[in-house]
Design a protein around this ligand. Structure first.
Ligand SMILES: [Fe+2]
Length: 437
């Protein structure tokens, strides 16, 4: 943990947490159309969700569409200091005003069907044959949603009486502020994968480190999946994943199978980390367990050399995957100089399918120009694009469809969770708070 003197960065101490019991999680939560409908009525339509990156709408008239369930939402910079979120549905006969998904630029939104024209704030400004509407067209507009921003993203909420976003985010906003997501990072990869599983399977798969020994054993020589402190933070949660330290599960036997002398031998990954930080690996031969503190001190210097401003981060987090879940559907896998953003979105009407959005963000050297925005790739898992992802994410994605099949089996009743998997239990508990209110 960060030393008591290192008060910079993301707080690393243990936070108090509720006792959540140990009852099984009923499988119907992942498979039932009725449960899915309740989630829509009581949770999705009443929670803050990230619609997209603020960097997609820098200029007045820039917009993007965001699909959630059967809704399409239009997010637009309508004035230099104003963002509007509008239901993307023409008030004439329900056509999509902007049929194309993704980013665009407009002076006004013209519905392609009957050419009804709305200004950037959603007010109806013109239509052919206005006099033919005997009932009048006064006051017609694209209905708006609550909108706010944090961390370089636009959040929307369909509930008119939504709690303010800062209240919803709670501690998470302060915890992650030192990274400066909005100012220092650029979006560099953007994929939308269709997965054959419930959206919660996609969320769960990143909320515990228990599966690392099973499907990611190659991580064990250089990451600690055992001392992986969990915190439940209001509606959200985190774990702190130490990088540069071998897992206690990394045994002499496993090391020998991988071609090393024993578990203390310097793995190729650890060697790579040392070299990347300008350090000679040779003195660490057979001393793999002693590498992490050395890497921690070197990482700050390496970042400086590359022009990255990591001064707000503490030493610990320079060698950590700081892993947050923002309820309901965002996972952030945060390293000092890059992070992964995962967003699970429900299918409009099938509880056995979802969309898993993967974005990579890279820290930019101070004063450097932002790279062009990558094209969004829309694809199904298994069609080939997943081969471009990190091995661990390919392994996670492969797990999704078989797990959903298992959830539908007559031979399975519910999730039997370990204490170390309590982020999953907590997530269901928060979800229940929405469903029961
Ligand atoms: Fe995983």
């Amino acid at each position: 943990m960060a030393s008591a003197l290192d008060t910079r960065g993301t707080p690393m101490h243990k936070f108090p947490e509720p006792e959540l019991g140990d009852a099984p999680i009923p499988k119907e939560r992942y498979t039932s159309p009725e449960f899915m409908a309740r989630e829509w009525d009581r949770m999705w339509t009443r929670t803050w969700v990230i619609a997209g990156p603020l960097s997609d709408i820098p200029e007045v008239g820039d917009y993007f569409t965001f699909e959630l369930g059967h809704e399409s939402i239009l997010v637009v910079r309508s004035a230099p200091d104003r963002i509007d979120a509008l239901y993307n549905v023409c008030q004439h006969r329900a056509s999509q005003v902007v049929p194309k998904r993704g980013c665009g630029h407009a002076r006004a939104f013209v519905c392609p069907y009957h050419l009804w024209t709305y200004d950037l704030q959603g007010n109806l400004r013109g239509l052919p044959d206005r006099d033919d509407f005997r009932q009048g067209t006064e006051g017609i507009r694209l209905p708006s949603l609550q909108v706010d921003t944090w961390g370089g993203w636009v959040f929307v909420n369909m509930a008119p009486d939504a709690e303010p976003l800062p209240e919803f985010l709670g501690l998470v906003a302060d915890h992650l502020a030192p990274y400066d997501f909005g100012g220092s990072f650029a979006l560099t990869e953007d994929y939308v994968f269709e997965w054959d599983c419930n959206w919660k399977v996609a969320v769960d798969s990143f909320n515990e480190a228990y599966h690392i020994q099973g499907i990611h054993p190659e991580l064990l020589p250089f990451t600690d999946d055992v001392d992986c402190p969990v915190d439940l933070l209001g509606k959200h949660s985190r774990f702190l994943f130490h990088v540069g330290r071998p897992s206690p599960r990394w045994s002499d036997r496993m090391a020998r199978q991988a071609g090393y002398e024993d578990r203390n031998a310097l793995s190729k990954e650890m060697r790579g980390m040392l070299e990347m930080n300008g350090l000679d690996p040779e003195p660490f031969a057979g001393r793999q367990g002693e590498v992490r503190p050395v890497l921690m001190s070197a990482a700050r210097e390496t970042a400086r050399r590359r022009g990255y401003d990591v001064e707000a981060l503490n030493d610990e987090q320079l060698m950590m995957d700081v892993h947050y879940q923002i309820f309901p559907n965002i996972t952030l896998n945060i390293s000092p100089n890059h992070f992964w953003f995962f967003r699970a979105r429900p299918h409009p009407d099938d509880p056995n399918r979802c969309y898993w959005d993967y974005q990579n963000y890279d820290r930019m050297p101070v004063g450097s120009e932002r790279p062009p925005r990558p094209e969004t790739v829309h694809t199904r898992w298994g069609e080939g694009h997943e081969s471009k992802l990190h091995l661990a994410l390919r392994q996670d994605g492969e797990q999704a469809a078989p797990q959903q099949r298992g959830l539908r089996s007559r031979g399975f009743k519910g999730l039997h969770l370990a204490y170390q998997e309590r982020r999953i239990r907590h997530f269901h508990d928060i979800l229940d708070g929405y469903l029961e209110s």
